[in-house]
Write a protein that binds this ligand. Sequence first.
Ligand code: SF4
Length: 397
Amino acid sequence: MNSEHQLETILQDKNLLENHRIIAQKVKDNQRISFDEGVYLFEKCDLPFVGVLANYIREKRHGNNTYFNRNFHIEPTNLCVYDCKFCSYSVLIKERSEGWEYTMEDMLNIVKKYDNEPVTEAHIVGGVLPQYDMAFYQKLFSEIKKHRPDLHVKALTPVEYHYIFKKAKVDYATGMKLMKESGLESMPGGGAEIFHPEIREQIAKDKCNADQWLQIHEEWHKLGMRSNATMLYGHIEQFWHRVDHLERLRDLQDKTGGFQTFIPLKFRNQDNQMSNVPESTVVEDLRNYAISRIYLDNFDHIKAYWAMISRSTAQLSLNFGVDDIDGTLDDTTKIYSMAGAEEKHPAMSTKDLVKLIKEVGKKPIERDTLYNVVTDYENVVFEDEVKPKYYALPVLN
Ligand code: SF4
């Protein structure tokens, strides 16, 4: 049964609660759901219900297409001037001996390692340190582009930009323009955490606040550029804080249209100051993907980081609103593993990703950062792919 039939079946169910019906009908009619309806979905609706609605939207937008890219990360440092309570990645400057600090040369050498590889994106994000200032990043971006013009530079979040612009005494609009001129091509979605001050002040009080995060994305979008957005969920927030977060993103997207992808990030509790907080269940993770898909009617894509939630949950998520599972990574990121993700050395070949997607009946599409199709793998058979063999069983007469 396809998602259209499933939605129709739900709507014809005489026992369906009225509030459920109103939301299901709105999804069918391509109408926006309200804040209160968002909270209702989180508080009252189970996974099968939100899953059908989210899958309906996913199939309307993308059919079975499932996107991934060939990327690698550069994490300049794990030292940080901030002290976010949920962060398993950073060490404070006073514990400097436990951290790493790449030089410009180190980072350019990482880029050069991929000289003969068909990667399309360098994803650059890490801790915040004074020596990585505006001039440093301008030089880094321009050197990368000089060395390899075809590599898309997706780098830094408003957390870093707010810090370096303040130090350089430039406003956000000027700062983002200068970054663009240096070679920055898009912004990843990190640093958003939970926007509402009630939560943000408890878990990430020193870094940029919600308005600053949103303003920096807005300035970037005004330059005609694209970015992503995230939400760190499943810790001390309540459901309505999540909806507040989604609402602020939806509002900005109405204004600029510059976001491409929303990426829910599961809170992991290993080695951080919130280790006493239990992690969300897989059911809650899938519900969160699905409700995000339903709420963010003006976002094209919902992404699940396979390296953070595991390969099997990433496969499951493709039936709950997700249409993108991120990239090859090549064991270049420690952010997920240090927080307790199962993947300790996250790396998948293109073939692995294609297989993972095909196994659950979806269509693998390699994309570039801006979702231009690089290769449609639906009918691609890899040379060394082993076909299943069937052996004749002995017949007893
Ligand atoms: S989440 Fe980012 S800003 Fe916060 S402490 Fe960790 S690295 Fe620093």
